[in-house]
Design a protein around this ligand. Sequence first.
Ligand SMILES: *[C@@H]1O[C@H](CO)[C@@H](O)[C@H](O)[C@H]1NC(C)=O
Ligand SMILES: *[C@@H]1O[C@H](CO)[C@@H](O)[C@H](O)[C@H]1NC(C)=O
Ligand SMILES: *[C@@H]1O[C@H](CO)[C@@H](O)[C@H](O)[C@H]1NC(C)=O
Ligand SMILES: *[C@@H]1O[C@H](CO)[C@@H](O)[C@H](O)[C@H]1NC(C)=O
Ligand SMILES: *[C@@H]1O[C@H](CO)[C@@H](O)[C@H](O)[C@H]1NC(C)=O
Ligand SMILES: *[C@@H]1O[C@H](CO)[C@@H](O)[C@H](O)[C@H]1NC(C)=O
Length: 488
Amino acid sequence: MKTFLSVLVGLPVVLGGVNKGNVGKLPALGWNSWNAYGCNITEEKFMSAAQKIVDLGLKVIVLTSSSYTTVLTILPTAGYEYVNIDDCWSVRGPGGRDNTTGRIVVDTTKFPSGIDGLARKVHALGLKIGIYSSAGTHTCAGYPASLGKEDIDAKTWAEWGIDYLKYDNCNYPRIQADECKYCQELNITTRPCDRGFCPTGFDFSKTKTVERFNRMRDALDRVERPMVFSLCQWGEANVATWGNGTGQSWRTTTDITPTWRIVRYIANRNTFTLYSTNFWGHSDADMLEVGNGGLTPAEERTHFALWAGMKSPLLMGTDLAKLTQGSVEILKNSFLLAFNQDNSTGEPAVPYKWGTNPDWTFNDTHPAEYWSGGSRMGTFVFLVNVHDGVETKRLDFGAVPQLKGKGSVWQLFDVWSGLDKGCFDSGVDVEVAPHDTAVFVVTGSCADGTEVFKGGKLMQPDRDSIVVPIPPATVGGGRDGEENSGQD
Ligand SMILES: *[C@@H]1O[C@H](CO)[C@@H](O)[C@H](O)[C@H]1NC(C)=O
Ligand SMILES: *[C@@H]1O[C@H](CO)[C@@H](O)[C@H](O)[C@H]1NC(C)=O
Ligand SMILES: *[C@@H]1O[C@H](CO)[C@@H](O)[C@H](O)[C@H]1NC(C)=O
Ligand SMILES: *[C@@H]1O[C@H](CO)[C@@H](O)[C@H](O)[C@H]1NC(C)=O
Ligand SMILES: *[C@@H]1O[C@H](CO)[C@@H](O)[C@H](O)[C@H]1NC(C)=O
Ligand SMILES: *[C@@H]1O[C@H](CO)[C@@H](O)[C@H](O)[C@H]1NC(C)=O
């Protein structure tokens, strides 16, 4: 029936819970209360976040500089859109659910206008609003949750004007537990996975976990209002193998914290789920910690670049009123947002080389260091320094799958500084600060007569004029990738 209709109309006809209302084709961009406030939430904090999204120019981000427009064929507009309520919005304990209507009761001390009132105000700013529950009897913080009450809750949220549901995985009855667990450690070792873990080849799509999450998918499908369905599944039950049939995004690890340790850990783990990311379905590397302290500017850049590159949802999780200018600039990076929100390419950036470890090594302290992805603008290349000292990393055009065999001269734009770094033959060495990530847009538009650098070195953080070209006359004699001394 579905196929028949689709063919008939010639358009993706939306009948299932997935894709309904055309929401969730691209990763969600927005803000969520948890990383900033935990349970300590109020209507005022959401309105303040919504207003800040508008005031800081986070709502509409356009790549405007004319120096790019001549070279880069782009300019998608991207902006943070969702204002998402996390745990703790209702009455906890007795009275948490109205025993005549069966509905969850909003804590009107925290939300004097009700969630519907807040939704109206958020919508009036041109933004969308998200709510939170769990596929259990209670949320992670012990508030009423939706297992067995999916229909009434979906109906309630639809009536309130909710646009997005984050659905957690806490507090389900023992009888609803899976018979065995998925081992996230993959194929590196059997040690942490030898007890209670599912055998190789186990079919996770038949688990009780999937059943619990699909019940909410179906309930959302039965209400008219389209809502993005975001699974907060922590990677359990190998969600990457079935998440795309259930929701528009699925968490792949335990919770993020504002630490370099967990940024590396999540980057490593999420890498191995990227095969499941394309339009309409995204591996969720968890909400952003940019602005929360704990990460250096270099680490914030790596965090944001990888999350954007992996096409994870990008949900800011900080008090926007306290953001430094540096963090605002990271969150507003128009190149990375344009990559994340590119409607012409669904695939994320993926590693083309691991670096320190052999390719496909699963290692929580040393994730992959060389990544690339195609986009409307050109090829994005990410060079990650996971080490504690400065590293010189070679961007070798011949090693990048999107560039391989398509010529040896390419023009580079530095994504952080926005500067045109010029045209290079074969590749370039990039000196990357500890824990930082260099990101370039590599395009093919080097016009005839453009000076072409062979050798030289770029820096991350970018320091302009550090490139020292070997004069074209000596190109033939220069060793490919030869280092030249920097000048400033
Ligand atoms: C809750 O948030 C308010 C306002 O931000 C703050 O003053 C208060 O100290 C917080 N309470 C706790 C327990 O963190
Ligand atoms: C894709 O994005 C471009 C640039 O933002 C926009 O002009 C175009 O309408 C979009 N196409 C679709 C199918 O959404
Ligand atoms: C309904 O809930 C109230 C408190 O919220 C409680 O006092 C009352 O006993 C409940 N009624 C039933 C029939 O459970
Ligand atoms: C480990 O897993 C990856 C992807 O899941 C696979 O490509 C690789 O071949 C595996 N390595 C080993 C040694 O089995
Ligand atoms: C996820 O499902 C959508 C349809 O809902 C499909 O277009 C997309 O290609 C799927 N993603 C992957 C990675 O198969
Ligand atoms: C991760 O990789 C680093 C660098 O090769 C290595 O020193 C470390 O032992 C690895 N960790 C594990 C758990 O294998």
